[in-house]
Unconditional design. Structure first.
Length: 97
């Protein structure tokens, strides 16, 4: 198994982080990703789905909007197939090479 360590930010170049990664190299594979890659981030699918589900609602206050967002996010928690879909859309795999 080959480990690829990305250098996207300072925490990845920190000596303590390098040691932590090295100590886990038998089971942890680290891949270098581009600094900005929304199409590789499953959270983008979550937010897109949330915004679409709120599209026809009219909250009158920020508190009402916040309550709607919390409710919609909570509903997503109980739909593992939907969450799996957000990961599948990225094309990323959950098993190491």
């Amino acid at each position: 198994m080959t480990n690829h360590r990305g250098i996207n930010s300072t925490q990845h170049t920190d000596a303590a982080m390098r040691e932590l990664l090295a100590a886990r190299s038998s089971w942890l594979t680290v891949f270098h990703l581009p600094p900005y890659a929304p199409d590789l981030n499953p959270a983008e699918g979550v937010w897109a789905h949330l915004k679409k589900s709120l599209g026809n609602l009219a909250a009158r206050t920020l508190d009402q909007l916040a309550a709607l967002v919390r409710t919609r996010l909570k509903r997503m928690q109980y739909r593992p197939d939907l969450l799996d879909g957000f990961i599948a859309e990225t094309g990323l795999v959950l098993t190491p090479p």
